[in-house]
Write a protein that binds this ligand. Sequence first.
Ligand SMILES: [Zn+2]
Length: 722
Amino acid sequence: MKAGCAVRAWLLFAPGAIACLLAPCAPRAASPPAAPRAQLGVSLEEGWPEIEPFSDGKTATDLPGRAARWEPGAESGPDRTGYDALQVELSTEILFAEGAIAGEALWTLEMAKSPPAVLAFDFFDNMIVTGASLDGVEMAWEHAADSLRLTPPRVLVPGETLQVRVSYHGQPERGFLLGFAFGDHGGVPVAYTNSEPAAARSWWPCKDRPDEKFTAELEFIVPDSLAAASNGVLTAVTPLPGGRAGYHWSTRYPLAAYLVSVIATNFVQFEDRYAGLDGREMPLTHFAFPEDLEAAQRQWAVTPVAMRFFAETFGEYPFIAEKYGMAEFPWSGAMEHQTLTSMGAYFLQLPNCQDWVVVHELAHQWWGDWVTCGTWRDIWLNEGFAVYSEALWAEHLGGPDSLRAQMRANTRHFRGSVYDPDFIFNSTVYRKGAWVLHMLRHVVGDADFFRGLRKYGDAHAFGAAVTEDLRATFAEIHGDDLRWFFDPWVYGEGMPLYGVWWEALTPGPAAQRLVRVRVVQEPVGSQYYKMPLDALFMLADGAEFRTVLWDSLPDQEFFVALPAEPVALTLDPDEWVLCRIYYDAFPSGLAEDPGERSAWEGAVRLGAPHPNPTRGALEIPLALAPAPSGRSGPAGRALSPLPPFLAPAASPQLGIFDSAGRLLRRLSLGSGRNGEPVFSWDGRDPRGVAEPSGVYFARWLNGAVPLPGSGEGRAVRILLIR
Ligand SMILES: [Zn+2]
């Protein structure tokens, strides 16, 4: 988006980012305990587990610049390598004692119509290249600026297929987030990788961009007391001299460089089975640390059932001729490596099942691995889809209420845009990305939404897609270019704020009542949203009446014919739209600055009425609730100047109710003797008739005022004695 902005965001957030994973969401059983305290642990947002991606005690400032931060680079632009990577035979010996690796990559490449003058690979330049050849003929190389540039010994022919071999060794330096790491669990060594988004190049020479896919023959040589788990199918375990063993893994389905992974330690392997849609069985092969075996068996048991649900929803598991599994690694996140998710040991140490993590990573096998984001600017096509898949799973288990609860928990004050975010693992990517899909589903309807997802998947299967590909698919299905939807929601920022008024136009009893509804939108920048807003009228006869208001203008009126007298209107009752709705109030001034509103959230309460009891007149002041411990807030600040939601434009109103709950009076905010904000009541009804002795209640009438979370401060009790 904006380079300067991106740099700042990286510095703020880079150290503790989670490669793929996200925060706990609503329906989960209990709040997780604190994550293992990390030297570099920072939470991306409140509620996220703290993460320690760096197990060797380095701090962010110790790390080279390329490891401490990362920005979308050449891989977000056109591919200028001049070749298509078809296949790699990658052999990596893991040298635990030295914290090093020795490797050889044999690439099969197909030249473009204009073959390149040099064959370039992404490869960190701290790694030592010891040899390079083209079809067996040695060639010269340059290795600088994390790029390995090989000079072909002959002229390359357009369209020809050739083989390039590169030999190297070294101690891998960390890429952003991770790369190749050495650690231990209970004193047993473990080597592991996590290469998203651009750290595959830290440990092997590759074309490190998400839209380049190839098949891979992967050999990892480890001490024979350990096992190496990787992508695809295990084809052989070869004993080697010196107490070593070579684990050969083979992928028949193409994958991107960042999805190639290995974890090597004293794994215990256990199996489960998945029954495919056509009845064919596929192994689920999991790898856990011996000390965590029981927890892994318990926590990962949901896999075959969830896989079946996603297969029925999105189409068959994409890699059914290989396998799926999870492998534990000593990291506090999880990562959807193709056919073998890396699952943080952290989750297995939590007391409750973390099904949502299993489900999230599993969904990535479709959205992320089968269809990969074409550039990192499109990362929401991976993460927004995985978070929405969690919501779909919740809906599958618990129905519409669970779906709503899950999406409500995904609501934030979102920073920046979904496309080309300032930080590729921020909550705008994950959670607003999920909201985009949720709203798209509402716009096109369930049938077209799920048909569209399958069509999008089939069109880009085993390849990559960008945001415009998704838009094009749904545009075709919906018969509308949908730019009015994608432009504000995906490429733009913010969300709509709606002010809503309504009135019944036909006086007296009538068979059909005409209602005027006025919806005012607060502009986000210069932009207004076009959205279908469900409107639910409660009618005097107890029935409900539903309709849809297609709102698109700054200030729009709708006329609705109802079969009976209306008593209440709720807009978007099923929470299909990411928005804020203010009844009987202009959004203007209420929430122009979400941060300001957020700082006040829950802080304002109704003070004690005085005098109370009263013989008639009384005043109800506003008070500030004490700030919750550990949270900064406006406690102690004077209510002057008034926060935006109490400003006159917001017309905050207090209602006086009798003990039967009937609304007797509406009070507007005024000023007390010293200019302080108060509500005043003269003990009379709107016609000036004195109310009788009794118990009365005062409470807020509009949703404009951020209130404390529970009872206190929401309503106050008044005793009137005549
Ligand atoms: Zn993810």
